[in-house]
Design a protein around this ligand. Structure first.
Ligand SMILES: [Zn+2]
Length: 100
């Protein structure tokens, strides 16, 4: 994970107005092409996940980095949900979760 990537997600996380900020970053050839945020826990089955947004916007992404931040900006653990993982696998996209 690069510093640039971390700076991008932190900036995006600050802009989110929700309690839990989920940020997904899509990369092609090591370059960031999409950055999306989302609120994961609004309604059950409702809303679009950040990683979903990335896959909708850019079908050519190779990797998606997934992050979750608390209100205070601490990085929290996250796992992509089943639905998104399956979708990503079908598209040949690798989801890297957590910030490792
Ligand atoms: Zn999902």
């Amino acid at each position: 994970m690069t510093k640039e990537l971390l700076n991008r997600v932190r900036k995006k996380a600050i802009k989110a107005t929700t309690a839990y900020r989920v940020i997904a970053v899509g990369c092609v050839g090591g370059k960031i092409v999409v950055c999306a945020c989302s609120h994961r826990f609004t309604r059950k089955g409702g809303g679009i996940h950040a990683e979903e947004k990335v896959m909708i916007r850019r079908k050519d992404v190779e990797k998606i980095f997934l992050f979750r931040f608390s209100k205070t900006g601490n990085m929290l653990q996250i796992e992509p949900c089943n639905r998104c993982s399956k979708h990503a696998t079908r598209l040949g996209i690798k989801i890297i979760a957590g910030g490792q």
